[in-house]
Design a protein around this ligand. Structure first.
Ligand code: ATP
Length: 299
C-alpha cells in the first residue's frame, strides 16, 4: 500500500505546554510503513489555516492538529473543504473534541491512534460564515474567551482564575431563538450550540450530544444565583446537565439566534464578534477524522 503523506501542524502556545520535543516523540512512535511525516510550527493566529490549506492543495492526505480546539478549528476547516483526513494530537487547555472522540490525552497513545488510520465522518456546524467542530456559543463563556485572549497565562488554571473574577459582574442577556421554525425567548447566562457533548476538561454541557446525528444541541444555561455554581459544575462534570433545571437543551438543524446587542461569541473557544444575528446550520458527516477503533465510529 502506498504511504500517506502526513503533516503535523504544531501550535507552540496551546495549552501552555512546551512542544519542542513533539517531532522527536512523533518520530519515535509513528508507523513509518504507513506515513511520510512533515512538521510545521504555527507562528500566529490564522497560520494553522494557511499551512493546512497549502498542504491540502499539495499532496498531503492526512493533516494533524497538535493543539486544542482552536487549532483544530483552523485546520479542520481546510481539511473538510479539500476532503482530506484530520488527525488530532491533543495539546490544548480543554481538548473538548479530542476527549469526546476518545482520543487519548497521552501523546504516544494518540500517535498510536493515528497509526490505526480508523477514519470516521462527523457533523460540522456553522455560525454565519464560520465553521465549528466542537462547540460555539455566546454569553459568559464567549465573554471569558474574549477577555482571555489578552491573558498571558493559558491553560486550565488561567481560565478558572479569570472565570471567577469575571462572573461576579456578569449580567445575563436575553436571546430570541428560532429552532427549526419554533420560537423561544430566554434570559440566559450562556447559550451554547454543541456538536460534541463537552467544552473540554470533561465539562459536559449536553451529555447526550452526538457528532453523527445530523443535529446540533442548543444548550441554554439559565440565569442563576452565584451560590448555584458548584451545582452547575457538578452536573457538567457528572454529565447530568440534562437532568438539571438550570439547563434547557433543544436539538435542531436550522437555528437563528438574535441578541439585544452585539457582544462576543466564541467558535471552538476562540472569540469573534458577528453582530446581533447568528444563523446556525449543520453539515452532516462532512469531516473525515481519525478516531480510536474503540470509539465505535468508522466510515
Ligand atoms: N505562534 C502563535 N502565537 C500566538 N497564537 C497562536 C500561535 N499559533 C496559533 N495560535 C493561536 O492559538 C489559539 C489557541 O489555540 P488552541 O485553541 O489550540 O489552544 P487552547 O485554547 O489552549 O486549547 P483549547 O481550545 O482546547 O481549550 C488559536 O486561536 C491559534 O490561532
Amino acid at each position: 500500500m502506498a504511504k500517506s503523506n502526513i503533516l503535523f501542524i504544531i501550535n507552540p502556545i496551546s495549552g501552555g505546554k512546551d512542544k519542542l520535543k513533539i517531532p522527536a516523540i512523533i518520530d519515535a512512535n509513528l508507523d513509518r510503513s504507513k506515513f511520510n511525516p512533515n512538521y510545521s510550527f504555527t507562528e500566529y493566529v490564522g497560520h494553522a489555516a494557511e499551512i493546512a490549506e497549502e498542504a491540502a492543495n499539495k499532496n498531503f492526505d492526512v493533516i494533524v492538529a497538535v493543539g486544542g480546539d482552536g487549532t483544530i478549528n483552523e485546520i479542520a476547516t481546510k481539511v473538510m473543504q479539500q476532503q482530506k483526513i484530520l488527525g488530532i494530537i491533543p495539546f490544548g487547555s480543554g481538548n473538548g473534541l479530542a476527549r469526546f472522540l476518545k482520543i487519548p490525552m497521552n501523546t504516544a497513545k494518540s500517535i498510536q491512534v493515528i497509526n490505526g488510520l480508523n477514519v470516521a465522518k462527523i457533523d460540522t456546524g456553522t455560525f454565519n460564515d464560520k465553521f465549528f467542530f466542537n462547540m460555539a456559543g455566546m454569553g459568559f463563556d464567549a465573554h471569558i474567551s474574549s477577555v482571555f485572549v489578552g491573558n498571558k497565562k493559558r491553560g486550565l488554571s488561567g481560565y478558572l482564575k479569570l472565570g471567577f473574577k469575571e462572573m461576579i459582574n456578569y449580567k445575563p442577556e436575553t436571546y430570541h431563538l428560532l429552532i427549526d421554525g419554533k420560537g423561544y425567548t430566554r434570559k440566559a447566562f450562556v447559550v451554547s450550540v454543541a456538536n460534541s457533548s463537552q467544552y473540554g476538561n470533561n465539562a459536559h454541557v449536553s451529555p447526550r450530544a452526538s457528532v453523527t446525528d445530523g443535529l446540533l444541541d442548543v444548550c441554554i444555561i439559565k440565569s442563576f444565583p452565584l451560590y448555584k455554581i458548584p451545582l452547575l459544575a457538578y452536573h457538567m462534570l457528572n454529565a447530568s446537565t440534562d437532568e438539571s433545571d438550570m439547563v434547557e437543551i433543544i436539538r435542531g438543524k436550522d437555528i437563528r439566534i438574535t441578541r439585544v446587542e452585539d457582544a462576543a461569541i466564541h467558535i471552538d473557544g476562540e472569540p469573534f464578534f458577528m453582530g446581533r444575528d447568528i444563523a446556525v446550520s449543520v453539515s452532516p458527516l462532512s469531516l473525515n477524522v481519525i478516531v480510536p477503533a474503540e470509539a465505535g465510529m468508522t466510515i
